[in-house]
Every structure is written in C-alpha cells, then in structure tokens.
Write a protein that binds this ligand. Structure first.
Ligand code: IMP
Ligand code: MG
Length: 216
C-alpha cells in the first residue's frame, strides 16, 4: 500500500522572504519540504516502473518546477513530452479547457506517468486522461504535487500525491495566479488585496466617448 500524502499543517508559519512580503501572506509548503517529499515520491514511482521505459507526460505550464525536480530524482530510462492545457477562466476559478499543445510522442503500449501541478476539481485530469486512454497506452499512472480533495467535481484520484492541502488558492513553485508567481520557490498564499488588484486590471477599460451622445 502506498504511504498517504502528508497533510499541510495550516497553522505552521514560516517567515516569508522580504522580497515577497508585500504580496505573499504566508508560506504553506517550504522549499525543503517540497524537496524531501519529491525524493520520497520518486522512490515510489521507481519501484512501480522498474524494468519499463516510461513516457512522462506533463501538463503545461504549472508543472515546470515540479517536473524538473521530479525527473531529476528518477533513476529510470524515460522519455518526456508535454500537453498544453489552459483554462480560460477569470481569477481563481477554472473556466473552459483549451488544449494549446498536443502530445507528439507515441504512447501506444507504453507506461505513462501523467504529471500535473494540482488536482482541484478534477476536470483537467479527467479530460486529459480521456484523451490519453484513446491513444492505447499499456497503463497510465497519475502524479500531482498538490491535492485539494475538498473541491473535487469529477471522480479522479492521483496515484502519487505530494501534499494534501486545504481549500486555499495557492501560488508558487510553478503555480500561478493570472500567470504570475510561478517563480516563487515555495507554495504560498497571496494577500486578498493582490487578487483584487489583478481582477481590477482585467476589467476592460470603458471606451472614451468622442463627444456628447445625442439623444435620438
Ligand atoms: P482542476 O481542473 O480544477 O482539477 O484544476 C487543475 C488546474 O487548475 C491546475 O492544473 C492548475 O493549473 C489550476 N489550479 C487549480 N487550483 C489552483 C490553485 O490553487 N492555484 C493555482 N492554480 C490552480
Ligand atoms: Mg495547470
């Protein structure tokens, strides 16, 4: 049986580095905690994939950091490819899914490890798994850094989970808010004013009136 993913202790506080202090309210998972957990997850993945050449399929863009650290820890032959998925929703709610990059490698008869940053409602993994299964791989295992079980809409679970987190919108270590904050080395929570500022910027400016409108 697989070891359960650790739950993040929401009460435990680590000081936010000075350069992020105006925007980041707190750190939920530190760099060290992430590194340690990835090592443990990698050992589990290695055990399950030993003797097979795996194809790692990673979802863009949120997996950049997680993927880089994960595959560096995997001492197995592997091939790597990406699927681009974007959800065009405003703010912190996911909207409609759009595929921005298709898979190039042939996965028929192969052992696939599907990697995503976070499993939230499950809509993304559900759609991607459907697409991948149609390509007839031998098996697909799923791996996510974070799991927000409380928000699940689709019946999808990941085989490897880094951390179970409460229902917070989180950023950093690849995860974004409005395409920002992916470069934070930790997983953190933003101050509410940051979300407000960005959503205001997203509201289209009203067109200027050329002159007084005639009543007609
Ligand atoms: P799902 O389709 O609702 O499971 O969401 C999956 C995708 O939504 C992830 O791959 C992320 O890109 C994005 N997402 C969900 N929750 C968060 C969050 O807390 N922070 C940043 N992105 C998130
Ligand atoms: Mg993503």
């Amino acid at each position: 049986m697989k070891a359960p993913a650790p739950e993040v202790n929401a009460e435990f506080r680590v000081r936010v580095p000075v350069r992020w202090r105006k925007e980041v309210e707190r750190i939920l998972i530190t760099e060290d905690q992430i590194a340690q957990r990835i090592q443990a997850m990698s050992r589990g993945i290695e055990r399950d994939f030993t003797g097979r050449e795996m194809v790692v399929v990673s979802l863009l863009n949120g997996t950049v950091m997680f993927l880089a650290d994960l595959i560096r820890n995997l001492s197995l032959p592997l091939r790597l490819d990406f699927i681009g998925v974007s959800s065009y929703g405003a703010g912190t709610e996911s909207g409609d899914l759009v595929f921005t990059k298709e898979l190039r490698l042939d996965v028929r008869g192969r052992d696939v490890l599907l990697v995503d940053d976070i499993l939230d409602t499950g809509k993304t993994l559900y759609r991607v798994l459907g697409k991948l299964r149609a390509l007839k791989p031998r098996r697909i295992k799923t791996c996510v850094l974070l799991n927000k079980a409380a928000r699940r809409v689709e019946a999808v679970e990941a085989d490897y989970v880094g951390f179970e987190i409460p229902d917070y919108f989180v950023v950093g270590y690849g995860l974004d808010f409005a395409e920002r904050y992916r470069n934070l080395p930790f997983v953190g929570v933003l101050y509410p004013h940051v979300y407000k500022q960005v959503s205001q910027q997203l509201i289209p400016a009203r067109p200027k009136r050329a002159g007084r409108r005639r009543a007609d």
